[in-house]
Ligand binder design. Structure first.
Ligand code: SF4
Ligand code: FES
Length: 265
C-alpha cells in the first residue's frame, strides 16, 4: 500500500485530518493497473496520480500544468465522468476510483491523449476574431457593456476537451465538430465586431460536421468545468441558420449588441 499522507498536514491546528484508503484503478496503455493509497480527504485525484508516479510507478503518464483548473490539460474520465483531475477531490468518490483517458481522442500513453484532432476542429471554425472594417476600435469590448452579455456566456473555455469526450455524437460521427468548436463559432458569430460570420455559419451548417448532428443530449453541459453550455450555443447557431434560410439574408446579430457597435463606429 502506498501512503500519500504528508505528516505536515497534521501539524495544522484546527485542520480536519481525515485519512482515506482508496484503490485507484488506472486504465494504462498496457492494461488496467490498481494502486492502493492512503490520502487526506482534501486531496485530489491529481495528487494521487503524482504520488503514484513519484513513489510507486514512475512510468505512469498523465498531463497537467496549472493544478488550479485553469489550463485544461488534466482532463480524464474519473469514475465514469469527464473531470479535471486537479479539481476532483478523492473524498466523495468512494473507496474505489477508476481513472481513464478521455474518450473519442487517440491515446498517446496511459492518460495522455493526442489533442491535435480537438484543435483541428477548432481551426475549422476560424477561432479568432477577424475585425469588421470600419470599426473605430475593433479590439475593445467594454466588460460592462451589452456587447459582452451574449459572448461572455461562452468565453471562458479552457479547451480541456471534456465536452468532446462526453459527446455521444462524436463517438458515432467522428467528423462532428463537437461542442467546444461550435461554442467558439457561436461566440464569434454573436460578436458583431467579427467579419467572418458568413464563413463560420457556412462551416457549422454542413450536414456531416455541423450543428445538425447535435441531438441535444446535454452531456457536454454536464461535464464542462467552466459552466459553459455548448448546447445553448449550438441551438443559437441552428436558429440563426434557419432564419438565414427563410429570409435569405445575412443573419443579424443580437439587437442590443448591434446598437453598441453602431455607437462605437
Ligand atoms: S466548453 Fe467546457 S468542457 Fe468544452 S473544452 Fe471548453 S471548458 Fe472544456
Ligand atoms: S492542471 Fe490545469 S486544469 Fe488541471
Amino acid at each position: 500500500m502506498g501512503v500519500l499522507v504528508s505528516p505536515a498536514f497534521s501539524d495544522f491546528v484546527g485542520y480536519e485530518v481525515r485519512v482515506l484508503t482508496v484503490t485507484i484503478r488506472i486504465a494504462r496503455s498496457n492494461g488496467e493497473q490498481a494502486f492502493v493509497v492512503e490520502t487526506l480527504a482534501q486531496q485530489t485525484v491529481l495528487d494521487a496520480l503524482f504520488y503514484i508516479q513519484n513513489e510507486l510507478e514512475p512510468s505512469l503518464s498523465f498531463r497537467c500544468s496549472c493544478r488550479v483548473g485553469m489550463c485544461g490539460s488534466c482532463g480524464m474520465v474519473i469514475n465514469g465522468k469527464e473531470s479535471l483531475a486537479c479539481r476532483t477531490s478523492l473524498n466523495p468518490l468512494g473507496a474505489e476510483v477508476t481513472v481513464q483517458p478521455l474518450r473519442h481522442i487517440p491515446v498517446i500513453k496511459d492518460l495522455v491523449v493526442d489533442m491535435e484532432g480537438f484543435f483541428s476542429k477548432y481551426r475549422l471554425v476560424d477561432p479568432y476574431l477577424k475585425p469588421r472594417p470600419g470599426l473605430v476600435n475593433p479590439i475593445v469590448a467594454p466588460p460592462s457593456g451589452h456587447l459582452r452579455e451574449e459572448i461572455d456566456l461562452g468565453l471562458e473555455c479552457i479547451s480541456c476537451g471534456l465536452c468532446l469526450s462526453a459527446c455521444d455524437v462524436v463517438g458515432m460521427v467522428p467528423e462532428f465538430l463537437g461542442p467546444a468548436a461550435l461554442n467558439r463559432a457561436y461566440n464569434l458569430v454573436a460578436d458583431v465586431r467579427d467579419d467572418l460570420a458568413e464563413q463560420r455559419l457556412s462551416m457549422v451548417g454542413q450536414s456531416r460536421v455541423g450543428v445538425w448532428q447535435c441531438h441535444t443530449h446535454m452531456s457536454c453541459v454536464e461535464v464542462c468545468p467552466k459552466n459553459i453550455a455548448p448546447t445553448r450555443a449550438i441551438s443559437h447557431l441552428k436558429r440563426t441558420l434557419i432564419r438565414r434560410r427563410i429570409t435569405g439574408h445575412r443573419p443579424r446579430p443580437m439587437p442590443k449588441v448591434q446598437r453598441i457597435v453602431q455607437e462605437e463606429v
